[in-house]
Design a binder for this molecule. Structure first.
Ligand code: PGA
Ligand code: ZN
Length: 421
């Protein structure tokens, strides 16, 4: 039975140069593991609270020293010397210690760092890879590797906001392994880079998740360029390579209206706009097509479009079991975007995934726009049988750490890539 001996934490920097946490967990068996915590920018309002110091003179208030002190102080004092038979027990102890619904006392970032570092130490103690430990702990068989949705173009909050849609991603359909899939992605990514160099005379400026971010005139131009890039790379749009969108509509929604670049749309118009894009472009998944509180139009969009594309909830659901239950009851979505730091512990995120699966939904395991070189996300997506994984583009080492880990897991496990239905 794993007994926790010691916890430590350090403030480190994420891919945007903002502070985050690295947590170390040592067990009495001598096993020691580290995990670092990601952080979003395009956040949902129902996310668990990421504790920041608020000192404007240091990292513009974004320091994580208080969260670090909570791990080294109150959490370490309460948990060290205690044996935990499962991740659930450890996470329950963390939740009890925090005692707030949104993790605002100790910070969701502090709790998640401990939750993850403990999981990794337990995998080491059993002598198994982390993805196997995640599968075992969840009582799931290892069946496949997730089929990635890969960032090609960015707008919205990740790229200065000149285009409303936050991310246009590609999903290679004909690839039968991660290895193949990344080679296809490379071809499309650099075809897109050539295209924007010709059209906008631009160097490869990249957005937060590594996507290309030229000054497109609007969302249509961004979608059209994605289709062109697929063709230039020698693939058939919709047959070899599909598109997936993260509209992140909460971030251009005000007072019941969507500000789609120069056009102001009401909810019904926005649903029509999404439907028009689905007819015009080879899109197989739409994330946050509507704002997080616009439940009525999520339902309308679901009714009209769930047969053509995944209706994927990120800000809508915030990996929160209560919100997921509501969305299932309301028939507002057909897929969960799973980000463990939106909820704060592995156990609650597992509950979210289980709920989604039981409703017949797909699960898309996702990175954040602020990431580190840690690669646990790849293990989590494989271990929990994620249908898809969203890491960002195939540039920047914080993204590549996860893609490279998937390649390694693919070779080590021999698992197949999730087939396309
Ligand atoms: P975030 O964005 O990590 O900045 O919240 C990612 C997403 O919206 O999926
Ligand atoms: Zn999103």
């Amino acid at each position: 039975m794993p007994t926790l001996q010691h916890l430590d934490a350090l403030e480190i920097l994420d891919s945007r140069g903002r502070p985050t946490l690295l947590v170390t967990c040592q067990l009495t068996s001598g096993q020691q593991a580290r995990a670092s915590v990601p952080s979003g920018a395009s956040t949902g309002s129902a996310e668990a609270l990421e504790l920041r110091d608020g000192d404007p003179l240091r990292y513009r208030g974004l320091g994580c020293r208080r969260a670090v002190e909570h791990v080294r102080g109150v959490i370490q004092q309460a948990l060290s010397g205690r044996a935990f038979t499962s991740q659930q027990q450890l996470d329950a102890a963390l939740l009890e210690l925090d005692g707030t619904p949104d993790k605002s006392r100790l910070g969701a970032n502090a709790l998640l760092g401990v939750s993850l570092a403990f999981a990794r130490a337990c995998a080491l103690e059993q002598g198994i890879p982390l993805y196997q430990h995640f599968a075992r702990a969840a009582g799931l068989p290892l069946t496949h590797l997730p089929r990635p949705m890969i960032n090609l173009f960015s707008g919205g909050k990740h790229a200065g906001g000149q285009v409303a849609i936050q991310d246009v991603q590609i999903m290679p359909l004909t690839a039968t392994s991660t290895d193949d899939l990344l080679a296809m992605t490379y071809a499309v990514f650099y075809a897109a880079a050539d295209l924007i160099r010709e059209r906008y005379g631009m160097r490869l400026l990249r957005a937060d998740e590594g996507g290309l971010a030229p000054p497109f005139s609007g969302s249509e131009a961004m979608l059209g360029a994605a289709v062109e890039a697929i063709e230039r790379a020698g693939f058939k749009p919709g047959v070899d390579v599909a598109l997936t969108l993260d509209v992140a509509a909460s971030h251009f929604y005000h007072d019941g209206h969507y500000q789609l670049e120069d056009t102001l749309l009401d909810g019904a118009d926005m649903v029509d706009q999404l439907g028009a894009w689905l007819r015009q472009y080879p899109i197989v998944s739409v994330e946050d097509g509507l704002a997080e509180e616009d439940w009525a139009h999520w339902q309308l969009f679901y009714q009209q479009s769930h047969r053509q594309a995944l209706i994927l909830g990120d800000d809508l659901l915030c990996t929160n079991p209560r919100r997921i239950r509501h969305a299932i009851d309301q028939q507002a979505a057909s897929a969960l975007l799973l980000k463990v730091n939106q909820i704060g512990t592995l156990t609650e995120a597992a509950e979210a995934a289980t709920l989604a699966r039981a409703a017949g939904w797909r699960v898309v395991v996702s990175a954040r726009s602020g990431e580190t070189e840690d690669d646990w996300l790849a293990d989590l997506a494989v271990g929990w049988g994620g249908d898809h994984i969203k890491i960002g583009s195939i540039t920047q080492s914080e993204r590549l750490a996860k893609y490279n880990r998937l390649l390694f897991i693919e070779q080590e496990s021999g698992l197949p890539l999730r087939p396309v239905e």
